[in-house]
Ligand binder design. Structure first.
Ligand code: AMP
Ligand code: MG
Length: 364
């Protein structure tokens, strides 16, 4: 996946970013999924800065980002030496997944090597690893020549950034931050996460662009859903995936979903006569017309009815709508089907966590 050619980042800027990382500083950089907030994965103080900057609870683990070796034929890459310092017990399935999808938007969870800092694993004995495909991320990682932890570059629980300007807005006045600009992210939602740490089965921890069917088709590996996983996984009361919190990725404006054809009911549940409501409508559907709830002002926002395109614009739309001062944002429930799981998951959590974060109702 290429970076946006309208905002190329010069080698000099990337060298500066590498220096910042080496000195224990933070650098925000583009990946094909969302922008990451990067720090040296071997530096506990740098890792602490990430948790502080994001306001993220320290028991929520981070993903280690690694460079793909610079090789003419990407299909010939030997990933074993790349992973050896980080992960134990690389299974045949792990190598199949890696060869099929790296570099790309797939994160794999392994048993960790003992040298991996527990600060980044949230105290767990597993480590999550990904090789991002974005050209700027790759160049940064290759020149840094080490692992970079990089959670999404947003305050904890909020909407993930998909442009350099989003990152700037997110940390304005909070943190002086070096931001590499790679234009808009292509995938637009976070990576698919597959847990391989049990050794015998692959378990989907977070849905993303790469679906279990695609994995089955390309590798023959069956990915199990978390519900099908062993009881001990569920009994362990650990936040294995921060995105697994019910509330996450959330705008400040209340966000709700409406069932097909039920927009009027959704509007009437919000009967404040002065309300202004943004109603997202599939581009494949006919317009709602003027017959909304009579006492509510609403405007339609057309959204793509293709899952990949909507994913690429989902956080952009949520951020833009959040800026526009609506009282409520309504999104249609995504249709059934695995290709929608990533978007549905983000919308559900975003609506659960949406609304002003303060517990008071002061800002009416
Ligand atoms: P973000 O917060 O956007 O950086 O997403 C990173 C995701 O990777 C989070 O949901 C983490 O909890 C998840 N993750 C990192 N390490 C692990 C691990 N050892 N086991 C399971 N999930 C992990
Ligand atoms: Mg995040």
């Amino acid at each position: 996946m290429s970076s946006d050619s309208s905002s190329p980042q010069s080698s000099m800027v990337i060298n500066e970013a590498v220096k910042t990382l080496r000195e224990g500083g933070l650098v925000a950089f583009p990946t094909e999924t969302v922008y990451g907030l990067g720090a040296d994965a071997k530096n506990p103080d740098a890792i602490k800065k990430i948790f502080t900057a994001k306001g993220r609870p320290s028991n929520h683990p981070l993903i280690v980002h690694l460079a793909a070796p610079d090789q003419f034929d990407q299909a010939q890459i030997d990933w074993v030496p790349v992973l050896a310092p980080w992960a134990r017990d690389l299974s045949e399935d792990a190598l199949k997944l890696i060869n099929a999808f790296w570099p790309g938007p797939l994160t794999l969870v392994f048993k960790k090597d003992k040298s991996v800092l527990t600060e980044l694993t949230g105290g767990q004995d597993t480590v999550a690893i990904r090789a991002p495909a974005h050209q700027i991320a790759q160049e940064l990682l290759r020149k840094f020549n080490g692992g970079v932890v990089a959670p999404s570059a947003n305050r904890f629980g909020k909407v993930s950034p998909t442009s350099a300007a989003d990152v700037r807005n997110e940390f304005e006045g909070i943190l002086e931050l070096m931001i590499l600009d790679g234009g808009d992210c292509e995938v637009g939602i976070e990576s698919t996460i597959i847990d391989l740490s049990s050794g015998d089965r692959a378990v989907l921890l977070r849905p993303g662009l790469i679906t279990p069917s695609e994995i089955l088709a390309k590798t023959g590996i069956k990915v199990h859903l978390p519900g099908e996983s062993s009881i001990s996984d569920e009994a362990a009361d650990l936040p294995r995936v921060s995105g697994s919190l019910r509330a996450h990725y959330a705008p400040n404006t209340p966000l709700r979903m409406y069932a097909p054809g039920m927009v009027l009911d959704a509007l009437s549940e919000f009967p404040d006569t002065k309300s202004r409501v943004a109603v997202a409508v599939w581009d494949s559907d006919s317009s709602l017309g003027d017959d909304g709830h009579p006492s509510v002002y609403f405007e339609e926002v057309i959204i793509p009815s293709d899952s990949v395109t909507l994913a690429s614009r989902l956080y952009r739309s949520l951020r833009d709508l959040d800026q526009q001062g609506w009282d409520l944002i309504l999104f249609p429930e995504p249709p059934a089907g695995e290709e929608w799981d990533g978007v549905r998951d983000r919308l559900q959590r975003a609506s659960f966590g949406s609304g002003p974060s303060s517990s008071s109702h002061a800002n009416s």
